[in-house]
Write a protein that binds this ligand. Structure first.
Ligand code: MV4
Length: 505
């Protein structure tokens, strides 16, 4: 096992990796930018190095600087986390050239999966079902004739894209050429690569992904699925495992296909095969993410495995310590991504100082956080603050635990999307698992008064408190009413919010 590794990341994922390292007796080297001097990952690591200014390009994405710091610190390996350099094949190759172990798949597998057209070619050749469409970049004329052949609606996608960038839905032949021009220029602007390909459009799909894990001795397993259909603008908001839509037979077939996708691309370490599943339960390969994902905790909860431990053991050359038959999925896990953003103001980022932080805990609750009370969330990076994960033997209980934990959670001083989660968790469609990739847009399209459920609960709580204060006091009449005023009604966060409000006045 490694003695010391460098973590080329920040925030909650850097903290998550540091925890795993310390459990395995590995010393940790953090890197940080000028605005992250006081960040949690810096305080929790054994050593930390300043690698540049706030701009990610000059710090967390600076390959030369990260590698020089690795040499300087004597770290033997680099964990890239997610985002930043995690899916950069050139970085993985530079690590190999520098004699530093990249904790992830080989650069060749990252390169293959980085091109959606190359990936589709390879996957088709390996017998992995793909969405009907092209396996190479198309001219506008080729796109028009293929669309006519497979039928509208179709999607134009950037070959270098993924995650929804450079994507255009086309309903009719008349729209195709202008959609092609937009997709192409978006692709060129975002990825410096104008290659555009085409797929049949799958209506109302679910987004379901399979976690895979491979060692460097040819052993590969899948670790069940994650249901990621609750998204907004291609950003996942809630993830769960298992999916209520997937039965044992479908899970086993998708798992076998995911392992085949990984095997045929020479994949090792942790990866995720993304599928679209249509309303008839047909599934189609979409893309493969060659990194540890944000939502890996839900898989950890239902498998009882630690994916970061396993990544480290695999990268150090160990064999997988179990086989597919040993993998047991037990219970249900759900994750909410807590962001510093304002759901009342078009989810505009809301960085700033966290003046108060009351974190949830208790049975079945896990919080993977990158923040602390008193810290100022910088505006330079993704504003995800933490991930709240609830686990229970069954879905309904996991949802109840999540609701209870959301009620305990209070983040003061900045706006967060906590109210959105309270709203989703009380939605009957969500409770019944009637979710597809259109669920959140439908929910957000329903007009609602400012604050809605929060405001209603708040008004009810304040009314109750006022009633208690003004009504004839019970008992001795001295403190029967005032006690009710102090406590108020509603949940812990509502009481705290009122308290904070009082303090500020
Ligand atoms: C699609 C699709 C329908 N048909 N491809 C969006 C993100 C990127 N990973 C692929 N995406 C989609 N690709 C075909 N051929 C619908 C989506 C899509 C979507 C997928 C997953 C989760 C949410 C989504 C929201 C809108 C569209």
């Amino acid at each position: 096992m490694f003695k010391k590794i460098l973590i080329a990341n920040r925030g909650e994922i850097a903290v998550r990796i540091i925890r795993a390292c310390h459990e395995l007796g590995i010393r940790t080297v953090a890197v940080f930018s000028e605005v992250d001097r006081a960040a949690l990952h810096v305080a929790q690591s054994d050593e930390a190095y300043l690698i540049g200014p706030a701009s990610a390009r000059e710090s967390y994405l600076n390959i030369e600087r990260v590698l020089a710091t690795t040499r300087q610190s004597g770290a033997e390996a680099i964990h890239p986390g997610y985002g930043f350099l995690s899916e950069n094949a050139a970085f993985a190759r530079a690590c190999a050239d520098a004699g530093v172990k990249f904790i992830g798949p080989p650069a060749s597998a990252m390169e293959l999966m980085g091109s959606k057209t190359r990936a589709r070619q390879a996957m088709q050749a390996a017998g992995v079902p793909c969405v009907p469409g092209s396996t190479k970049g198309l001219s506008v004329a080729e796109a028009a004739s293929l669309a006519a052949r497979i039928g509208f609606p179709v999607m134009l996608k950037a070959a270098a894209g993924g995650g929804g960038k450079g994507m255009r839905l086309v309903h009719t032949p008349g729209e195709l050429s202008s959609a092609y021009a937009t997709a192409q220029s978006e692709a060129l602007g975002a990825f410096n690569d104008a290659e555009v390909y085409l797929e049949k459009f799958i209506e109302n799909p679910r987004h379901i992904e399979i976690q895979v894990l491979g060692d460097e001795h040819g052993n590969l397993v899948y670790l069940g699925e994650r249901e990621c259909s609750v998204q907004r603008r291609h950003q996942k908001v809630i993830e769960e495992s298992p999916s209520a839509f997937i039965d044992d037979d479908l899970r086993q077939r998708m798992g076998a296909v995911a392992v085949q996708a990984a095997r045929s691309s020479g994949y090792t370490n942790a990866g995720t095969v993304e599928f679209l599943v249509d309303t008839q339960r047909n599934f189609y390969f979409l893309e493969m993410n060659t990194r540890l994902q944000v939502e890996h905790p839900v898989t950890e909860m239902v498998t009882g495995l630690d994916l970061v431990h396993l990544q480290l053991r695999i990268a150090s050359g160990e064999k997988l310590p179990f086989r597919q038959v040993d993998v047991r999925l037990r219970g249900h896990a759900i994750e909410c991504r807590i962001y510093a953003e304002d759901p009342e103001n078009n989810f505009f980022p809301s960085p700033g100082k966290i003046t108060r932080l009351d974190r949830p805990s208790g049975p079945g609750i896990r919080e993977d956080s990158g923040v602390y009370e008193g810290w100022t969330v910088p505006l330079d990076y993704d504003p995800m603050l933490s991930k709240l994960i609830a686990y229970a033997p069954e879905r309904s209980v996991a949802l109840a635990r999540m609701q209870r934990a959301l009620d305990e959670y209070f983040i003061g001083g900045i706006k967060t999307n906590l109210p959105l989660f309270r709203r989703i968790l009380e939605n009957p469609e969500f409770a019944a698992a009637r979710i597809d990739t259109g669920f959140l847009d439908r929910l957000l399209a329903v007009p609602q008064a400012a604050g809605h459920a929060d405001a209603v609960a708040e008004i009810a709580a304040v009314s109750a408190a006022l009633f208690a204060a003004t009504a004839a006091p019970a008992g001795n009449g001295r403190n029967g009413g005032s006690r009710a005023v102090q406590t108020g009604g509603g949940s812990a966060w509502q009481r705290t919010a009122r308290f904070e409000g009082t303090q500020r006045q």
